[in-house]
Design a protein around this ligand. Structure first.
Ligand code: HEC
Length: 105
């Protein structure tokens, strides 16, 4: 391996390790995520399902999402419900906001 390639690999590994230990959504902006959540009325269905407080769906014992990746996937699926064509960045923002509930590290 060339030195430059080795250095790049080391840097990538370092970034990945830092991101994994600190914050699974380092590029996400939670404040913007909350705005999107309200803008798209994300809790409209969850409210009905959870008897009034839709946020409970994120902390219920039987919650589905158990990893950062599956949170991104579920946001993608649910955004279809509201016809939102979210960018990758907007999904990261929503995930950063919802991680207030999931608390993935
Ligand atoms: C049309 C109704 C509907 C709308 C609108 C909706 N959702 Fe959902 N959402 C659901 C349903 C139904 C489930 C539960 C799926 C299950 O339990 O299999 C769910 C579950 C979820 C979960 C996983 C909860 C868990 O169990 O861990 C997340 C995260 C989520 N929604 C995010 C969003 C976001 C973000 C939006 C807005 C972009 C949104 N949802 C809008 C219907 C909706």
């Amino acid at each position: 391996m060339k030195l430059a390639t080795k250095l790049k690999t080391a840097l990538l590994l370092l970034c990945a390790a830092t991101a994994a230990s600190a914050n699974p959504f380092p590029g996400g902006n939670a404040v913007n995520g909350q705005k999107l959540f309200e803008q798209y009325k994300c809790n409209s269905c969850h409210d009905t399902m959870m008897g009034g407080d839709g946020n409970k769906i994120f902390t219920r014992l039987t919650r589905k999402v158990s990893t950062p990746d599956s949170l991104i996937d579920q946001i993608g699926m649910c955004s279809g419900n509201v016809n939102a064509h979210l960018t990758a960045q907007q999904k990261q923002d929503l995930a950063a906001y919802l991680n207030n509930y999931y608390k993935f590290k």
